[in-house]
Design a protein around this ligand. Structure first.
Ligand SMILES: C[S@@+](CC[C@H](N)C(=O)[O-])C[C@H]1O[C@@H](n2cnc3c(N)ncnc32)[C@H](O)[C@@H]1O
Length: 298
């Protein structure tokens, strides 16, 4: 961690990224992943980004896309999910050790899938300093569980059943190395969105992708963390976004296309984008739905 100056964290200088490196893709399957929407977002992204913030990083599709376009961009990536942030840190700092540990997991898994899956799932309290071990567990569970869903119970323990993947690939070597290079010099922090947004300043660019407002009682998934993300959090988020825009930050926010959201962000430019829903246990509910993309600040 860098020394504080004027109460603000000093950002590490962006390291040189070899130009040949392909654009990294998310190394985790994540509910609400934005990879499919990047083409619709591209025309709305700024033409230049110096400091980038993402308070709800999830699978990171937008960050990897922008980092490839703006290699010198400095970034702070955050999420409330500590295992997730730990996994980004392991990809950034220990890509080879991580891939080796994943190879070991796959070998064990293929010997006795059901037994090994639930053995690894039951390891809820690995020592905090076991960065690679914790990250390998998260990626292993993410790629072998039902529908790639990261869900936790009230104790914050991962509780998704095993999936039915025939030959799950835990990782792609070139992609892990590209993601590791893209994360060099990037600040990764487990924190609540309020703290991240309060740090933004004039000229910063922020992509905000919270748990969505449910479009119906069954359609939306918000159990990313043991803390819920309800009406009060959505209202506080909109107030924080407005405050950041008043400070001169530029923000883009995704959420459901429902009157409650349009009302929260009235006064800002609201675009409609069309997304495919892939993760829904009810196949009939999979298909195209509209979402909003709110642009705040110039
Ligand atoms: C819709 S997902 C982000 C998806 C991401 N943009 C992607 O492309 O994969 C929302 C994220 O918000 C995180 N989250 C939930 N509550 C939070 C909070 N209070 N502060 C910060 N992150 C939170 C969840 O862990 C989850 O990763």
């Amino acid at each position: 961690m860098r020394a504080r100056r004027n109460g603000q964290l000093e950002f590490a200088n962006a390291l040189e990224v070899p130009v040949a490196m392909p654009e990294a893709q998310p190394f985790l399957k994540w509910v609400g992943g934005k990879a499919q929407l990047l083409k619709q977002f591209d025309r709305l992204f700024p033409h230049q980004i110096d400091r980038y913030f993402e308070p709800f990083i999830g699978g990171g599709a937008v960050f990897f896309h922008l980092k490839h376009r703006f290699p010198r961009m400095r970034a702070r990536l955050c999420d409330i999910n500590d295992e997730l942030i730990n996994t980004y840190q392991a990809v950034r700092d220990f890509p080879s050790e991580l891939m080796q540990r994943l190879d070991e997991h796959l070998t064990q898994y293929n010997r006795d899938r059901e037994r090994y899956y639930y053995l690894v799932r039951s390891q809820h309290h690995l020592p905090r300093n076991e960065i690679v071990e914790r990250a390998a567990r998260m990626i292993f569970l993410n790629k072998t569980c039902f529908n790639g869903l990261w869900r936790v119970n009230a104790r914050g323990e991962f509780n998704v059943p095993i999936g039915s993947h025939k030959n799950p690939a835990l990782y792609d070597r070139t992609n892990i190395l590209a993601a590791s290079a893209a994360l060099h010099g990037v600040e990764l922090t487990t924190r609540d969105f309020r703290d991240t947004l309060m740090e933004t300043q004039a000229g910063d660019f922020v992509y905000v992708d919270p748990p969505y407002v449910p479009v119906s009682l069954t359609a939306n998934f918000t159990s990313y963390a043991k803390e819920d993300f309800g009406v009060a959090e959505q209202q506080e988020l909109s107030a924080q976004v407005a405050a950041a825009a008043r400070r001169g930050a530029r923000l883009m926010l995704s959420n459901s296309d429902v009157p409650f959201v349009r009302n929260l962000y009235r006064g800002f430019t609201i675009h409609t984008v069309s997304a495919r829903r892939a993760i829904n246990r009810d196949g009939a509910k999979r298909g195209a739905v509209n979402e909003v993309l709110v642009c705040a600040g110039d």
